[in-house]
Design a protein around this ligand. Structure first.
Ligand SMILES: Cc1cc2nc3c(=O)[nH]c(=O)nc-3n(C[C@H](O)[C@H](O)[C@H](O)COP(=O)(O)OP(=O)(O)OC[C@H]3O[C@@H](n4cnc5c(N)ncnc54)[C@H](O)[C@@H]3O)c2cc1C
Length: 385
């Protein structure tokens, strides 16, 4: 590769921008195409958690170590309350930060804006309203999810509530997933993150809102609907022709709960390194990304079998034995021999969940369905029909 060859990247999400930053730091000329008019368009001020349990190293230190900015606003979260389906409350306490709450979208201080500014500061050109559909020459594909394996749907709002996060494990609110609420500096999001039952998403969202109002006094001012989809998939290869595919476009995600930002960043950095050093990208992500994804796939398969009584059993044990939530989460994300043993079963179980991708709504606004001429653009669907 010659020093001045232009490298094009399709998508200015965390995966694409992490790749761009890594390439620009090594002196490469980089052009990022972003289909939308701004970064983080599909998230629109969403709050998300940058998880901090899968490695012993703090995630912010890890980002700094791999050369990615941490100049975004964070709220470290190490304790919270969880509720079971019967409304019983449990303390969740971590000896370390469980995750850093960050804002997504184009505003000041967001995760996406920080990545954009970092990239631009290194000379990366980011071209908005520019859809890359046919990549010629050297480049990386980072266009986000192409299918909906899980959805998170609910509202953004303003509130006088205190900062924090709350979670409810109840299949009547979020089938095989979890209902959650995050509040940071006067704004928040409340969502049902579901892994099945998409056709009744409105019902689950209403139940989620009702439950948070009842259990923790949720107060929403100016609520705005928001939702998105996640794509979880361990690909056979993450190359399209010669081009590395990164982030959720490749299917890199946390199967258990959808904490995909770390995978997006890491895969972007690995893809850039593969281009800089002439290494095989498939080998790189298989070493770094596949093991934790396999672990999370086994976790998902187990979680999907628990049901409300199983969630309650786990929460009660946590309460009784004063578990350190950070240690427990770290442990369940490790890729040990039991995980390897259970993997074929987990693969079989996970695949069997995705059968019907059509909805039965008229003039639907679903974030997930793929019937008729619907197509997912990022996680946003456009109805062409
Ligand atoms: C509601 C919701 C809540 C979430 N919560 C969390 C959380 O708490 N913690 C966590 O870690 N993860 C969370 N995730 C997942 C996380 O947001 C994603 O895993 C992450 O954003 C994936 O990054 P990406 O760069 O692969 O894709 P994206 O962030 O989707 O970025 C892809 C970009 O490519 C653009 N694009 C698409 N097609 C083209 C094209 N042809 N040409 C040019 N540009 C294109 C899109 O507009 C988009 O900007 C959540 C996801 C959702 C939907």
């Amino acid at each position: 590769m010659v020093q001045t060859e232009l490298i094009q990247i399709g998508g200015a999400g965390p995966a694409g921008l992490a790749a761009a930053i890594t390439l620009a730091k090594a002196g490469r000329r980089v052009l990022v195409h972003e289909a939308q008019s701004e970064v983080g368009h599909r998230f629109d001020g969403d709050f998300q958690g940058l998880e901090n349990w899968s490695t012993q190293q703090d995630v912010l230190d890890l980002l700094r170590e791999i050369g990615i900015t941490t100049e975004f606003a964070t709220l470290p979260c190490s304790r919270s309350y969880a509720f079971d389906a019967w409304g019983e409350r449990y303390d969740l306490v971590g000896s370390k930060t469980l995750f850093y709450m960050v804002e997504r979208g184009p505003g000041p201080g967001t995760f996406d804006t920080a990545l954009l500014e970092h990239a631009r500061g290194l000379g990366v050109e980011v071209r908005f309203n520019s859809r890359l559909d046919n990549l010629q020459g050297t480049g990386i594909l980072a266009a986000g999810p192409k299918a909906a394996d899980a959805i998170a749907v609910g509202y953004h709002f303003e509130t006088a509530m205190e900062n924090g996060f709350w979670v409810i494990l109840d299949d009547e609110l979020a089938p095989q997933g979890y209902a959650y609420m995050l509040v940071m500096n006067g704004r928040g999001t409340v969502k049902s993150c579901m892994f099945s039952g998409f056709k009744q998403e409105h019902l689950y969202v209403q139940r989620t809102v009702d439950a948070f109002q009842r259990l923790v006094g949720l107060e929403m001012v100016n609520p705005r609907p928001h939702g998105g989809a996640g794509n979880f998939h361990i690909p056979a290869r993450a190359l399209m022709g010669i081009h590395p595919v990164v982030g959720e476009e490749a299917g890199f995600q946390d199967f258990l709960w959808g904490f995909g930002m770390r995978y997006a960043i890491l895969s972007g950095v690995l893809a850039a390194r593969s281009q800089l050093e002439g290494n095989n990208y498939d080998l790189l992500w298989r070493q770094e990304i596949e093991p934790p994804m396999e672990s999370s796939m086994v976790n998902r398969a187990i979680f999907g079998m628990l049901g409300n009584r199983g969630y309650r059993w786990v929460l009660r044990r946590n309460q009784k034995q004063h578990w350190d939530a950070h240690r427990v989460l770290h442990w369940i994300y490790q890729h040990g021999s039991i995980k390897r043993l259970l993997l074929p079963w987990a693969r079989h179980r996970y695949r069997s969940q995705r059968r019907d991708e059509s909805c039965d709504h008229i003039n639907c606004t679903c974030v997930w369905c793929r019937h008729g001429d619907h197509r997912l653009v990022g996680a946003e669907k456009t109805c062409d029909s």
